[in-house]
Write a protein that binds this ligand. Structure first.
Ligand SMILES: Cc1ncc(COP(=O)(O)O)c(C=O)c1O
Length: 434
């Protein structure tokens, strides 16, 4: 620690005051931005807003301004902010047992695994801490399964992992190898990954073969621009994986847990995976990832093959378990299906004549509005919406992504929709005038 004991004590007391919102001589936001620039790595393009608290679909900033949060921390706070049952579960578990590692059994993760298995498909769960880690685990599982098969049947193990255009599977080196758009400067990539065109059965038939250990796909792509896979495409992947003994991995990190109108997205398509990866909303707002693995695939990873210190930690698992119960008991996925469809219909009607909205698409409460690149920029739309009290973002360069919490009220949806449509009108008029 640099500086003397007195200097350190003074700095700590200033930090304590800052956390209470008190800054002598300047605004809280300005001070926070200064400290952010000095002490945090600058890897994010953050909006100049300091969010301090939230409730349901609403969040407030340090100046007391209210926002409709229609991004949900990128599909994390699916029950809204500070759901009272989740808050109570976290507080209760934090006061009982916080962490002991996976060298011991703890009840919350066992029960959460059982409930996930009931809500999705029968299988076994491995818990980790993020979506990227869930995909790492799935990729490792696919390769280990192929290796085990080669051990018993002879021959070279299949090692290839097939992924698709526009996919986002994470930023760790393994998951990044299946995420083409974010690889620049990080090479060499983990070998053995092959990219195939999105939603194209013929190309998948060409690429998936005896050398394929696994195929990883988002049933609804999120970062790639809210693209919904066709049922035919997913069924073809299922057929090809079965034919070649490859592991079919559905990445439901963003589209899972009620977001797209079913507890899990694959339930729309009548096609099930061998491994489903989860993250984001899984921990009820706390960091958690996991894979649900159908039999016989779960036997591929055996004792000491894979592990992590925090995975399924009692506090996070308790939060996740409570969030899953709320999702099921309050039928929030069904609600998302109805509200989302109505939202997209209204948005289509309101933007049809604007001339620069190419498409309004999505499933449940995951909506993408694709802008013509010749129209207003996605960042301008996001910025103006934020000024007017609506938090959304732009992904894949031109797609405005809207993901309200599943508990959002109809009135809040109407309000969010009117801010978005109003912002599009304003920007269109500004362009016409300029
Ligand atoms: C579909 C999908 N998979 C994986 C990830 C990576 O998750 P995390 O950021 O928790 O590592 C994301 C994150 O946006 C995602 O959308």
């Amino acid at each position: 620690m640099s500086g003397g004991a007195e200097e350190t004590a003074a700095a700590w007391s200033a930090d304590a005051a800052l956390l209470q919102g008190s800054v002598p001589g300047e605004g809280l936001l300005e001070r926070a931005l200064e400290m952010d620039a000095e002490y945090l790595m600058q890897t994010y393009g953050r909006a100049p807003v300091l969010l301090t608290h939230g409730r349901g679909a609403l969040v407030w900033d340090s100046d007391g301004r209210e926002y409709l949060d229609f991004l949900c921390g990128i599909s994390v706070t699916n029950l809204g902010h500070c759901h009272p049952r989740v808050v109570a579960a976290i507080a209760h578990q934090a006061g009982r047992l916080g962490h002991v590692s996976n060298l011991y059994h703890t009840l919350p993760q066992i029960v959460l695994a059982a409930e996930l298995s009931r809500v999705a498909f029968p299988g076994r769960v491995f818990f980790c801490n993020s979506g990227s880690e869930a995909n790492e685990a799935a990729i490792k599982l696919a390769r280990k399964a192929a290796w085990r098969r080669a051990q018993t049947e002879g021959g070279e193990p299949a090692v290839e992992i097939v992924y698709f255009h526009h996919s986002f599977h994470g930023r760790t080196l393994g998951s990044l190898a299946a995420t083409r758009g974010y690889q620049e400067g990080f090479g060499p990539m983990v070998p053995g990954f092959r990219e195939a065109p999105w939603d194209d059965v013929a190309s998948a038939e060409e690429l998936i073969g005896p050398r394929t250990a696994g195929v990883i796909v988002e049933p609804v792509q999120g970062e790639g621009g809210v693209r919904v896979a066709s049922a035919e495409f997913l069924a073809a992947l299922r057929r090809l994986c079965d034919r070649h003994g490859a592991c079919l991995i559905f990445d439901e990190v963003q589209c899972g847990l009620g977001r797209v109108g079913r507890p899990f997205a694959y339930q729309h398509f009548g096609v099930g995976p061998d491994v489903m990866t989860m993250g984001k909303a899984l921990g009820g707002g706390l960091p958690m990832g996991g894979i649900l693995v159908a039999e016989p695939w779960s036997g591929a990873l055996r004792r000491f093959d894979h592990g992590t210190t925090f995975g399924g930690n009692p506090i996070v698992a308790m939060a996740g378990l409570t969030a899953l119960r709320v999702l099921v008991e309050e039928r929030l996925a069904e609600r998302a299906a109805v509200l989302g469809e109505a939202f997209r219909q209204d948005l289509r009607a309101a933007t049809a004549s604007m001339g620069f909205v190419r498409d309004v698409r999505g499933l449940g409460l995951m909506t993408g509005l694709e802008l013509d690149p010749r129209g207003p920029s996605g960042q301008d739309v996001v910025g103006l919406c934020r000024e007017r009290g609506l938090l959304i973002n732009c992904t894949a360069g031109t797609v405005i992504r809207v993901m309200p919490p599943l508990c959002v009220t109809e009135e809040e949806v109407a309000r969010g929709s009117s801010v978005l449509v109003g912002a599009l009108h304003t920007l269109r008029e500004a362009r016409a005038a300029g």
